[in-house]
Write a protein that binds this ligand. Structure first.
Ligand SMILES: Nc1ncnc2c1ncn2[C@@H]1O[C@H](COP(=O)(O)OP(=O)(O)OP(=O)(O)O)[C@@H](O)[C@H]1O
Ligand SMILES: [Mg+2]
Length: 230
């Protein structure tokens, strides 16, 4: 039997209670080790799509994570496999200090204390924030918050990582460091971005969202050209 893809989505639809269809039938697969860029205009449904994948929202259609449906019975499993970097870091950071925030996931997963501390140290170093662990997250700059939120995800070592506009607020050196960091990670990734050169640097494949549908697929350059997106 073929191995199940990491992620398999069929005819996924979603409507916010007060609005029009935010997703109108999306089909998508993510295989081990690949990085896919998710492009498309504001309001196209990209963030909604990521939130459906981790069960923050519930839609119609089928979402399978490593062969298991994302439903009530499997939600903890899905979340153990997927790390989501939120578009707004303020939605992600909630502990009194950065280090406690990064430790939250591993501690909750009941790793031993020395293992938790090791993961926090490693994650801070990976994102280039060593030395800021004792700061309250709300005393960080926007770019530092983004990196702290990413560290919290890396500390969990998920199978796939979903990144919603990861480079927003980052200065050029921090952006370059982020790209190198992400390139070095073994995990499969979905990167939502308006930053085409970041997409080129990271993704083997791109899909273009428009009005809740995927309307183009291919390499980043093929998709950008097909949609006249520059
Ligand atoms: N909480 C919400 N309640 C109602 N409607 C929402 C909500 N969040 C998003 N929407 C609507 O759903 C649609 C898709 O929004 P979504 O945030 O997924 O777009 P996006 O592609 O991530 O856009 P952006 O590039 O601006 O981040 C939009 O029409 C948006 O107005
Ligand atoms: Mg969005």
């Amino acid at each position: 039997m073929d191995k199940a893809p990491l992620l398999e989505v069929e005819n996924l639809r979603f409507r916010y209670p007060d609005g029009a269809a935010a997703l109108a039938g999306v089909n998508f697969r993510l295989e081990e080790g690949e990085t896919v860029a998710l492009l498309g205009p504001n309001g196209a449904g990209k963030t909604t799509f990521l939130h459906l994948l981790v069960g923050l929202l519930n839609g119609q259609g089928r979402v399978q994570v490593v062969g298991r449906p994302v439903d009530r019975a499997n939600i903890a499993f899905a979340r153990s496999q997927i790390g989501l970097l939120f578009q707004d870091s303020n939605d992600q950071l909630f502990m009194p200090t950065v280090a406690e925030d990064i430790a939250f996931g591993p501690a909750n997963a009941r790793y031993q204390e020395h293992e938790v501390l090791q993961r926090v140290r490693q994650a801070l170093a990976t994102v280039g924030l060593s030395g800021l662990g004792e700061r309250p997250p709300h005393h960080l700059s926007a770019g530092q918050k983004r990196l702290a939120a990413l560290a919290g995800i890396l500390a969990m070592e998920p199978k796939m990582i979903l990144l919603d506009e990861p480079a927003t607020f980052l200065d050029p050196p921090a952006r370059a460091h982020l790209i190198e960091t992400l390139r070095a990670l073994p995990q499969a990734k979905i990167v939502v971005t308006h930053d085409i050169s970041l997409a080129r640097a990271l993704a083997q494949r791109a899909v273009f969202f428009e009005k809740g549908r995927i309307v183009a697929e291919g390499s980043v350059d093929e998709v950008v050209q097909a949609r006249s997106w520059l």
